[in-house]
Write a protein that binds this ligand. Structure first.
Ligand code: NDP
Length: 310
């Protein structure tokens, strides 16, 4: 497939870039990636996206897709595995179902959940261990679940899980949360939630037949003592990592894996390649910021293509 602008990723950054690029007659193609709609599709209530006092994440992303398609963007459910510059400022992106040739690329591939890295966490993934309360919360009706982390995601997931679970235990490695104050207030006021401060997860334990989580071992970072607590599920909510592995040989990336952009722009180290959203943002990581940088990337790409034509 041929296009002037290929947009890799379909979160708030990708769709906003698509809307602007389509309205500039650049006939963009959006390749959605493995998680069409991005991270907002695995969240529930969104209360901070301007214009929507309250909307569900998946609904917001569906609206963005419809909006992008309505103004002329082509959205393809494919996953890009490799991107190469094959001629001067022509790019070939290889997907699972097609190759895409473009004059410019907007990388908006987002970020994904981080895991603790325990063997037992991996073993019980899908059998009581999850990184998505929205997806799996309903399996824990009247059960006891733990949430690990102290950021907005952990707090949001803990509160959400109280809709189903009998008790939610938030386990955090420090004695202060990183989450916004308003979220903390909601957490502290929820009597289904218990907080265990200054503890990390040592092990997740369970049975083989049926395969399920039954408890976890946590360690105090102050006394180093171990404690086993009974839980039916463990939700890991310790942050995200940018999806930039396939772009490492194309553009400059920092030591945490984020694409480096020229300050105040979406320009990367490679002419014709622009980056928007969580692949290049380790500070704000908000949908509205991703949407803003998506818009910037489309405008930057438009300017680049104009200068190439003239
Ligand atoms: P954050 O990076 O903000 O928080 C990660 C949390 O996990 C921190 O509390 C951190 O602890 C803890 N942590 C990290 N690694 C480990 C580990 N190995 N073991 C134990 N704990 C660990 O990530 P979030 O996903 O919470 O949020 C990402 C961004 O998305 C933020 O900007 C957030 O504001 C935003 N967001 C906004 C939402 C909303 O507005 N509705 C909802 C969800 C996210 P420590 O604090 O000690 O570093």
């Amino acid at each position: 497939m041929e296009t002037k602008v290929l947009i890799i990723g379909s979160g708030a950054a990708g769709y906003s870039a698509a809307i602007y690029a389509a309205r500039a007659n650049l006939e963009p193609i959006v390749v959605t990636g493995m998680q069409p709609g991005g991270q907002l599709t695995i969240t529930t209530d969104v209360e901070n996206y301007p214009g929507f006092a309250l909307i569900q994440g998946p609904e917001l992303m569906e609206q963005m897709r419809i909006h992008a398609e309505n103004v002329g963007a082509k959205v393809i459910d494919d996953h890009i595995k490799n991107v190469k510059e094959y001629n001067k400022s022509r790019f070939k992106s290889t997907g699972n179902i097609s190759d895409y040739y473009s004059d410019a690329i907007i990388i908006a591939a987002g970020a994904q959940a981080k895991w603790l890295g325990l063997e037992s966490e991996k073993k019980f993934q899908g059998y009581g261990v999850s990184a998505c309360a929205t997806c799996d919360g309903a399996f824990f009706r009247n059960k006891v679940v733990a949430v690990v982390g102290g950021g907005n995601t952990a707090v949001e997931e803990a509160i959400f899980l109280t809709r189903f679970a009998e008790k939610v235990i938030l386990i955090h490695r420090r004695d202060v949360l990183r989450a916004e104050k308003v979220m903390q207030d909601r957490l502290f006021n929820n009597n289904k939630i218990e907080i265990i401060w200054n503890h990390v997860v040592e092990e997740i334990l369970g049975t083989e037949n049926p395969k399920k989580v039954t408890s976890m071992v946590i360690k105090s970072i102050i006394t180093r003592s171990l404690q086993e607590i009974k839980v039916d599920g463990v939700f890991i909510a310790i942050g995200h990592a940018p999806n930039t592995a396939i772009f490492k040989s194309l553009v400059e990336i920092d030591d945490q894996g984020y694409i480096i952009t020229k300050p105040g722009t979406t320009l990367t180290s490679k002419d014709g390649v622009f980056a928007a959203g969580d692949v290049q943002d380790k500070v704000y990581r908000q949908a509205v910021v991703a949407a803003g940088t998506g818009c910037m990337a489309a405008l930057d790409a438009e300017k680049f293509l104009e200068s190439k034509d003239s």
